[in-house]
Design a binder for this molecule. Sequence first.
Ligand SMILES: [Zn+2]
Length: 100
Amino acid sequence: MSSRRYKPDLPPVTLGEVRALGISLSFRCSICNSIKDIDPRDLPQSDAATMHDLVEVAHCTRCNRTRGGISVNPDLKPWVKHLRETGQDDRVPYIVRGTM
Ligand SMILES: [Zn+2]
């Protein structure tokens, strides 16, 4: 009998972490497919805010979509590099495990 494996919940990425590392954030609108990279130091939220908190307030300036259609991720390459260099392999997003 095979057991199905589920993706574990990753610890949340906070704004403070990406600010300290100087890693940009990629906002992607699933409705109009626009992508915008934003310097996390330009955002007004506190260091404790998570990517999920940003999703809640994100607004697409191209199609006017507000919450629900916009995803926010740290720039994956430097973020995953940081996680690997600091031994946080459990936080590496499953989509890039073994590929970067
Ligand atoms: Zn949009």
